[in-house]
Design a protein around this ligand. Structure first.
Ligand SMILES: NC(=O)c1ccc[n+]([C@@H]2O[C@H](COP(=O)([O-])OP(=O)(O)OC[C@H]3O[C@@H](n4cnc5c(N)ncnc54)[C@H](OP(=O)(O)O)[C@@H]3O)[C@@H](O)[C@H]2O)c1
Length: 329
C-alpha cells in the first residue's frame, strides 16, 4: 500500500519542495499550512504532478497541537518545516534588542513549544519517523571548530542568547527539545540543517524570501543585495536537493543531524557566478583583497544519504534561467 507522509509547513519554501519530492516518489501527502482555504497558496501546491490524486491539505497552527491531528492520521512520517525564524517580538521589537527574559519568552520558547505541539500530535497518531528542518544557525559553538561536523558544530543556546542571538538560539533549543521528546517516545528523529537555498520555487511568494532574494533581486528587480561584495561567505544549496535529503533521510532510516548545504562559498564567488547572468552595471563594487576563509564542513554524514548535490555554478545558472523565463507570468 502507498505510504502517507505528513509535511507540516507544506506552503513553505522547504515544505513545498518536500511535498513535490514526496509526490514524485509516489507517496500520499498530507500537507499543513495555517489556512488551507487560502487559494493564493494552495493552487500552486495542487498544481504539482500527482497532487490532484495524492495531496490533501489541512489547516494547522503550531500553538494548537490538536489542529495537527487530522493531518497526521495514518501517516508513516512527519516532515516538520513550519518554524521560519522569528526576527521580532510581538510588539515589533527586533529580536537582537530584547533582554534575555523577553528574547527567551517571545522568540525561543514559542518555537520549542510549537515543535513539541507537532510532535505530541505525531505521538498521538503513532507516527514513528520524524524529519525536522532546522538550520545551520544551530551549528556555531562559542569556541568555533576548524572543520564542522554535525556532532562538533553544536551551538550553545545560553551563549547565543547572551549575545542577543535569540533567532539563532531558537533552533538549537528546538532541536534539543525534539531530540528529548523523540527519545522519550521511541520516535526516530533526523534533523536537516540548510542555510541559503536557491533553485526554482513552487509558490511565487517564495521569490520574496531571504534565500531567493539573492538572485531574484538581481534578475527581476535589477539590483543586488550588497553595495559591495562582502568578505565573508554563505552556505548554499539547491532547494530541490534539500528536499531529496529529507526524503533520503526518511527512506534510509537515518537518525541524527545532517548538513543540508552544498558548501560554504565566498560571496565573491557567488557574485562572480551571478555576474554571468545579469548586467554588469548592477553588480556590487568588487571586494578589495582576498575573501575570508569560508566555513569548512565534513560532509561524510550528508553524503551517506546518497544525494548528489548540485554545484554553485549549476544552481545559479538554473535559478537565473528559470527566473528569466517568467515562471509566474
Ligand atoms: N528559507 C531559508 O532561507 C532558510 C534557511 C535556513 C533554514 N531554514 C529553515 O527551514 C525551515 C522552513 O523554513 P521556510 O523558509 O521553508 O519557511 P517559510 O517559507 O516561511 O514557510 C513556513 C511554513 O510554515 C508554516 N507556518 C508558519 N507559521 C506557522 C504557524 N504558527 N503554525 C503553523 N504553520 C506555520 C507556513 O504556513 P503559512 O503558509 O500558513 O504561513 C509555511 O507552510 C525553518 O526551520 C527555517 O529555519 C530556512
Amino acid at each position: 500500500m502507498t505510504k502517507t507522509v505528513t509535511v507540516a509547513g507544506a506552503s513553505g519554501l522547504v515544505g513545498s519542495n518536500i511535498v513535490k519530492e514526496a509526490l514524485e516518489r509516489g507517496y500520499h501527502v498530507n500537507g499543513t499550512l495555517r489556512d488551507a482555504s487560502d487559494e493564493s497558496k494552495t493552487k500552486w501546491l495542487m498544481a504539482l504532478p500527482g497532487a490532484a490524486d495524492r495531496l490533501t491539505l489541512f489547516s494547522a497552527e503550531t500553538t494548537d497541537s490538536a489542529s495537527f491531528d487530522a493531518a497526521l492520521q495514518g501517516a508513516d512520517a512527519v516532515f516538520i518545516a513550519c518554524f521560519p525564524p522569528i526576527y521580532k517580538a510581538t510588539d515589533g521589537t527586533p529580536a537582537k534588542e530584547l533582554d534575555r527574559a523577553r528574547g527567551y519568552a517571545e522568540i525561543v520558547a514559542p518555537v520549542r513549544d510549537g515543535c513539541l505541539n507537532v510532535l505530541a500530535a505525531a505521538e498521538r497518531a503513532r507516527v514513528k519517523n520524524v524529519m525536522l528542518c532546522s538550520s545551520t544557525s544551530s551549528t556555531n559553538p562559542p569556541e568555533g571548530v576548524a572543520v564542522k561536523t554535525e556532532t562538533n558544530a553544536v551551538s550553545d543556546a545560553e551563549f547565543q542568547m547572551s549575545e542577543g542571538k535569540f533567532t539563532s538560539a531558537e533552533k538549537i533549543v528546538m532541536e534539543t527539545a525534539a531530540r528529548d521528546f523523540c527519545v522519550r517516545h521511541d520516535m526516530r528523529l533526523a534533523i536537516l540543517l540548510p542555510t541559503m537555498m536557491l533553485g526554482p520555487v513552487i509558490l511565487p511568494q517564495h521569490l520574496e524570501g531571504d534565500s531567493a532574494g539573492f538572485v531574484t533581486s538581481a534578475v527581476r528587480d535589477g539590483k543586488t543585495r550588497h553595495d559591495k561584495v562582502p568578505a565573508g561567505s554563505m552556505s548554499v544549496s539547491h532547494v530541490g536537493d534539500v528536499a531529496k535529503l529529507f526524503l533520503a533521510a526518511y527512506e534510509s532510516g537515518a537518525r541524527g543531524r545532517f548538513f543540508a548545504v552544498y558548501d560554504s562559498v565566498p560571496w565573491r564567488d557567488l557574485y562572480a557566478e551571478l555576474g554571468k547572468h545579469v548586467p554588469r552595471e548592477i553588480m556590487p563594487a568588487p571586494l578589495e583583497g582576498e575573501p575570508e576563509e569560508p566555513t569548512r564542513f565534513d560532509f561524510t554524514r550528508r553524503d551517506s544519504l546518497g544525494v548528489a548535490m548540485r554545484d554553485i555554478h549549476s544552481v545559479i545558472a538554473e535559478t537565473c534561467d528559470w527566473l528569466k523565463s517568467k515562471p509566474f507570468g
